[in-house]
Design a protein around this ligand. Structure first.
Ligand SMILES: Nc1ncnc2c1ncn2[C@@H]1O[C@H](COP(=O)(O)OP(=O)(O)OP(=O)(O)O)[C@@H](O)[C@H]1O
Ligand SMILES: [Mg+2]
Length: 428
């Protein structure tokens, strides 16, 4: 019997991957080398994780944070044995359930019901055990009406709901969650967080990977910061998150996920596949940029400092009295603000051809974290959408030296004052 207090023990763990070179240059390379009669290596190796030592106590909720590509998901996959290490050891004590990628382990042609059984059996549960839990899984997912449809017909949010419902309802000892909560809708996120809280209370061990530092701070007892495959810091959430912010400020470049369409850059590549876009497109939003007041593209916005958001458009015909609107959402889906040019009394007579409209904040009130930005152009009444991009752009806010507030979502410009009540009772 295992008497250790640790649920997971990681010793000197390393994992390497192949880094492939650019395809075109590869082909050129191959061709030239063939001509020269040489064979050249097409890939090199790099360490995605290097010498990680980490013990996770039973009953702890531990957050893994770090920039894109720092090795968080790789570490989770090693713990759940989806991947195998190239050095070191992992000991996990207890049944592990993993929610790693969108519907990981789901077979697209099979129905939700069939996938629940397969998924649970991969996780080590018998058919009888799953049958007992099946209704709870379906109820939690809220997918009763869709459970007998093939999962390839599900939306990405529905995938996550089902995956999470299986992972969480089969009663594991250790739950691994990788950034999936952001995909579900607000209600489902709340439900998941509540379930994770229940898990915590039951003394289960949870590892939670997320870029949503506020949830990490709320949920976790301990946080681990990874950077370039190394464990940089482990400790109390507040301390490790501050270290991460310092590291981000020091980083010369924001390492945004290349395949994530929602990065803070204009005209990301896979705009055409973005599902949360609608409108008649007589005028189109061609890009959004986050700039400072000197028009430099900002890698991060800073709390308390100015931010200019430039929304570039292309009007294919003349559009009269359009209204530009924007919205900011927190990573947890909270709608922080949603101003538009009409409400701000900024009339736009007409649009034709290309141009841009800017939304400028004198002082960003948002506290450090990751945010999603929507931009839209509507007719004057707000009835017809010309082009609406919902939560497409992601941007990050980091601490600035002059603003040390950290709790909540925004910093309200406000003052504190003191006085004497001189015998008068304060009104309650
Ligand atoms: N199967 C793979 N083959 C090759 N390289 C990989 C593979 N999986 C991950 N990597 C690389 O390993 C590094 C760590 O990736 P990982 O997915 O663990 O990062 P992460 O911290 O989870 O990032 P994110 O915040 O973007 O999810 C990255 O450089 C990534 O490109
Ligand atoms: Mg990851």
């Amino acid at each position: 019997m295992n008497t250790t207090l640790n649920a997971i023990e990681i010793k000197n763990l390393s994992k390497k991957f192949k880094a492939y070179h650019h395809r075109e240059s590869n082909l050129k390379y191959v061709f030239l080398n063939l001509l020269k009669g040489k064979r050249k290596k097409l890939s090199s190796e790099f360490w995605a994780l290097k010498n990680i030592d980490l013990d996770i106590e039973k009953g702890q909720t531990v957050g893994f944070i770090g920039c894109n590509g720092s090795g968080k998901s790789t570490l989770l996959k090693l713990i759940s044995r989806i991947l195998y290490p190239d050095g070191g050891d992992i000991d996990a004590h207890g049944k592990i359930s993993t929610l790693i990628e969108l519907g990981s382990g789901f077979h697209p042609d099979l129905t939700g019901r069939e996938n629940v059984y397969i998924n649970a059996s991969i996780l080590g549960f018998s058919r009888a055990e799953v049958t007992k839990k099946f209704q709870a899984i379906v109820d939690f997912s809220g997918l009763e009406d869709f459970i007998d449809n093939p999962v390839k017909t599900y939306s990405s949010g529905m995938y996550v709901r089902l995956g999470f419902s299986v992972a969480i309802n089969i009663d594991p000892d250790i739950l691994l969650v990788d950034e999936v909560l952001a995909v579900g809708d607000e209600n489902f996120q709340k439900k998941c967080i509540k379930k994770i809280m229940d898990f915590k209370k039951e003394g289960k061990t949870i590892i939670f990977v997320s870029h949503d530092l506020k949830t990490v701070e709320e949920l976790c007892d301990q946080v681990v910061l990874l950077h370039n495959g190394k464990l940089v810091k482990q400790g109390k959430p507040v301390e490790v998150i501050s270290e991460y912010h310092r590291l981000l400020i020091g980083a010369s470049q924001l390492q945004v996920r290349k395949e994530d369409p929602r990065q803070g850059e204009s005209a990301p590549k896979d705009r055409t596949t973005w599902k949360n876009r609608w409108g008649s497109k007589e005028v189109e939003i061609t890009g959004v940029q986050f700039l400072d007041l000197q028009d430099n593209v900002m890698e991060f916005a800073k709390t308390g400092q100015p931010l200019r958001v430039r929304i570039a458009y292309d009007a294919h015909k003349e559009i009269e009295n359009p209204v530009f609107g924007v919205a900011i959402y927190s990573d947890t889906g909270v709608h922080v603000t949603g101003p538009n040019t009409r409400k701000h009394n900024f009339p736009i007579a007409s649009l034709k051809g290309q141009g841009y409209v800017e939304y400028e904040m004198e002082s960003v009130p948002l506290l450090p974290g990751s945010y999603l930005f929507s931009a839209a152009i509507y007719d004057y009444q707000g009835l017809q959408a010309y082009d609406h991009w919902e939560q497409y752009w992601r941007f990050h806010v980091i601490e600035s030296p002059e603003m040390s507030e950290r709790l909540g979502l925004i910093a309200i410009p406000a003052k504190w004052r003191m006085g004497k009540s001189e015998g008068k009772k304060l009104r309650r």
